[in-house]
Design a protein around this ligand. Sequence first.
Ligand code: FE2
Ligand code: FE2
Length: 276
Amino acid sequence: MSDEIQLNDPQTLYRRWEGSQWNPFEVDLERDREQWRAMDSEDRGLIYWLLASLMVAEERITTKFSGLVGAYGSEEEATFLATQQVDEARHMQFYARFQDEVVASPATVASHVGRARREVSPAFEQIFDVALVQAHRALVAAPEDLAAKVRFVAIYHLILEGTLGLTTFKFSTEYLDREDLLEGFVAGYSRIHHDETRHIGYGVWFLRETVRSRPEQAEVVKSTLGDLLPHVAEALSGSGDGGPDIERLGVSMDAVREFALGGLMRRLAIIGVELG
Ligand SMILES: [Fe+2]
Ligand SMILES: [Fe+2]
């Protein structure tokens, strides 16, 4: 498990949040603006695809979250979940600002998302527009239903944030650092990543506590992963329509898969779930 992802109870995570505030409008994007204008079309295409994925993901993750806040188990958990909702909105605002000021096409968040949607793959849509939306709807309809909450957290915290999110962050920021590109973007994305490690910490904590006290819920985690993992593998491969050649980032598909699955397996071991 990444040493950045520490298992802490919601009260500890909430106190950490209070000490980790940042403002998406204060990240310096001056040099990014110059670099964006000078970038070749291949680099631009790659970054644009990355931005589109992040824009769509953060919009979904922001607007398909409130059901979990309503399904809290304690006041401390409700407090932490309220902070996560703010974080996700802040992340969406940072990517929208980058589009406004660096890509230089100011628009509402909705039209940024609408444009970004044309760039993402069918696997990505399956995860964010079908699985996440359905799991959120089920939780809103039945906040007391533990299996609905487990399925939602398994999709959101374990798969979207823990597997897709961490993997995308690692390989894209390593590429940008190596090429000395878009340091403002990398700075904002790194603050976002720091927030995400807190969120994933909550998800692993919740699933571990739940599986300990209600072992039958392990089956819900397993079946959720079984449903989603094929789409995750496809989304990470960048295959299908519109995806870039992932190997342009200077990494092999094997390295991407190994990082993504390795992290997931370590988190599952902590939770107490074995994929059979
Ligand atoms: Fe986020
Ligand atoms: Fe998050």
